[in-house]
Design a protein around this ligand. Structure first.
Ligand SMILES: [Fe+2]
Length: 268
């Protein structure tokens, strides 16, 4: 089943199909922890392969940054910078083991259009609350499939490429009305496993990933309903952009099914 049809863009894109059901997501953030990896106040940490205090664990840092964003202790741009910096300090292998990636992708159903997601469960860890303040998922897709181009309102998310190679584009959101968004290109590059990107209302709001490898996966950390407002997603018809001749583009907003059909699979 596709991401959209099974409502697993969930934290994210399901809203497009089920406007008004946003409360569901918060309830669905609830996580069941099944096993305990660390029961003491120290743990083996991949950074420098040394024993470090458990508070140094990347998952605890991640939750701390998200809590800080939730309480407005840091800005969304600081949140983006801190998470992306954190990812540069952790060995990818450590993250893959921690989220049990091999198990997560067993029997993974790759849709013909777009992507599928699976929720991520962190192992129990001292210092890490059972319910993280963020939604966490992996997104997986086959070659040439895309996380279709879309912008966001009242949310922030960070995306670590776990496997594969992707063509990544971001755009700043300059202005928005109901039918169009004015955007400005900000990122246009190939991204490989271990690299990350992020979005917020303030920075790199629109993103678009296309898998260049046979399969590709991202790990997504998603914060919803920022600014005490409901989050929203806006699928964009980038191919129909109007060049405003000042470095910006005026882009029509699309409904999800039309957007998936047009952008869910690249045709060469
Ligand atoms: Fe997104």
């Amino acid at each position: 089943m596709t991401l959209f049809s099974q409502a697993v863009f969930s934290a994210h894109l399901r809203k497009l199909k089920t406007n008004g059901q946003r409360g569901i997501y918060k309830r669905n953030i609830s996580i069941c922890y099944k096993f305990c990896l660390v029961g003491r106040s120290f743990a083996f940490n991949a950074i420098g392969k040394s024993i470090k205090p458990i508070t140094d664990h990347w998952a605890i840092k991640l939750n701390e940054y998200c809590s800080d964003l939730k309480t407005d202790s840091i800005t969304t741009i600081q949140w983006q910078q801190r998470i992306e910096e954190l990812y540069t300090k952790i060995e990818l292998e450590e993250i893959l083991k921690f989220i049990d990636f091999d198990n997560l992708i067993k029997g993974f159903e790759y849709p013909d259009l777009g992507v599928s997601t699976k929720p991520v469960k962190f192992p129990k860890l001292n210092g890490l609350p059972e319910r993280t303040v963020f939604v966490k998922k992996i997104f997986g897709m086959k070659k040439d499939r895309a996380i279709i181009p879309h912008g966001h309102s009242n949310m922030a998310s960070a995306h670590l490429i776990l496997k594969g190679e992707m063509y990544l584009r971001h755009y700043e959101k300059i202005q928005q009305d109901g039918q169009n968004m004015i955007i400005k290109p900000s990122v246009d590059r190939i991204a490989n496993a271990g690299e990350s990107s992020s979005i917020s209302d303030e920075k790199d709001n629109v993103h678009w990933f296309i898998a260049n490898s046979e399969t590709a996966f991202t790990f997504d950390v998603i914060m919803l309903d920022l600014n005490d407002k409901s989050y929203d997603i806006h699928n964009l018809d980038i191919y129909e952009s109007e060049d405003l001749k000042n470095g910006t583009l005026k882009v029509p907003v699309l409904d999800v099914q039309t957007a998936l059909k047009k952008y869910g699979k690249q045709h060469h």
